[in-house]
Ligand binder design. Structure first.
Ligand code: TXA
Ligand code: MG
Length: 354
């Protein structure tokens, strides 16, 4: 298959996306930018499109897809209208009023019509209304319902620029819509509205604190930060080793005055063993490390900048053939929760306390 790449910045959306819409309606696959990461879209009501998505990503088919919509009213075709679920839809409406369009995905009881292929056989469906203008125009052009996981090969970091989509998906999908670099850089927050109290299954830009401000009690799935939990994560996708760089990644946490000498000693050992080394650190401390490849997540005071840089850095370390990587730990509050969750998963929860 020949993968066509088109550039579509926000100004000329509609004309630009007509062909992409036709491809999606005909059951094809189109990758597109969202405010979080690039998505790999297919028609959510076409089981064959969902099967193609799993094949293109090399993703296990029990890992459900998020259905993207472009306006609130479209949620009613996805979610069960049974009276016992009315309160959940009411909560969804309250969240949507504040956080949609935006980086929040809600899990709700699914309507019969939503294919099992799209929800990985689950009785629930994940719904998101993104804020990215190109994404919204694409969803409309496609008929309103686009199932889209992140546009990476299963197990690689989610793409934040079209170049990385092409790297993973060239020859596997019909089209890539290049809309430049994404704004946030980490996937949406996933909140499960089918349980009481509601529960965060994946932290993201919309934080626990923000959701609590609106709903009161909100829990977070404990597998989000614990690597040794015997409990399975509730978002099926969170159980797979994700975002993993090819090198061996270790997170170092503790006093800054102890982290730098510890890491430098480890880097020296790795170099003596003939390994290519890397460090992921805050701008403030980066120059103190002696690694072959030094990657800055930006200033410690700029959480949004760090979120945006993380996946690109993980891919660059792969491209540069780095074999042993150390990363500084970050504060797990606010947006830092999403950053640390992804970093922990990339490291297979390998953390050293110094
Ligand atoms: O920001 C995002 O959410 C991006 C962009 C493209 O919108 N999409 C994304 O999709 O991250 P994906 O497929 O890479 O991650 C979706 C996650 C997976 O961990 C999946 O298991 C979980 O959502 N999920 C989907 N439907 C679910 C459901 N019904 N119940 C529980 N978890 C669900
Ligand atoms: Mg993904």
């Amino acid at each position: 298959m020949n993968t066509k790449v088109i550039t579509c910045m926000e100004e000329d959306d509609k004309a630009c996306l007509a062909e992409a819409g036709r491809i999606l309606k005909a059951g094809g696959l189109v990758a597109f930018p969202t405010e979080t990461v690039y998505g790999l879209g297919g028609d959510a009501f076409n089981p064959e499109s969902s099967r193609k998505i799993y094949a293109a990503k090399g993703r296990p088919s029990d890992n459900p897809l998020i259905v993207h919509i472009s306006k609130w009213e479209d949620i009613y075709r996805l979610v069960s209208g049974a009276p016992e679920h009315a309160a959940r839809l009411e909560t969804a409406r309250r969240l949507a009023d504040v956080f949609w369009p935006g980086p929040l995905t809600m899990i709700l009881p699914k309507a019969e019509e939503v294919p099992d292929e799209t929800t990985g056989g689950l009785r629930t469906v994940a719904v998101r209304l993104p804020s990215h203008k190109t994404a919204l125009a694409l969803i409309e052009a496609a008929g309103g319902y686009v199932a889209a996981p992140s546009a990476n090969t299963s197990g690689r970091p989610s793409p934040t620029v079209a170049k990385y989509v092409l790297e993973d998906m060239n020859g596997r999908i019909d089209m890539i819509v290049d809309g430049g670099e994404v704004g946030i850089g980490l996937e949406s927050t996933i909140v499960d509205l089918t349980v009481n109290p509601v529960e965060i299954l994946r932290p993201g830009y919309v934080t626990e604190e923000m959701l609590q401000g609106l709903l009161g009690t909100v829990e977070t799935d404990r597998t989000v930060f614990e690597g040794n939990s015997t409990q399975a994560p509730k978002a099926p996708g969170m159980k797979y080793r994700h975002y993993a760089p090819k090198g061996e990644l270790t997170i170092v946490s503790g006093e800054e005055t102890r982290i730098v000498p510890y890491v430098n000693a480890q880097l020296k050992l790795a170099k003596a063993a003939g390994k290519r080394t890397g460090i992921i650190a805050a701008e403030e401390t980066l120059a103190s490390y002696t690694a072959d490849a030094r990657k800055s997540l930006g200033s410690r005071t700029d959480g949004l900048g760090a979120a945006k840089r993380l996946y690109r850095i993980l891919r660059e370390l792969d491209d540069e053939g780095v074999e042993v990587i150390y990363a500084e730990a970050f504060e797990s509050t606010g947006l830092g929760a999403a950053l640390m969750n992804r970093l922990l998963k990339a490291a297979g929860h390998h953390v050293v306390e110094v």
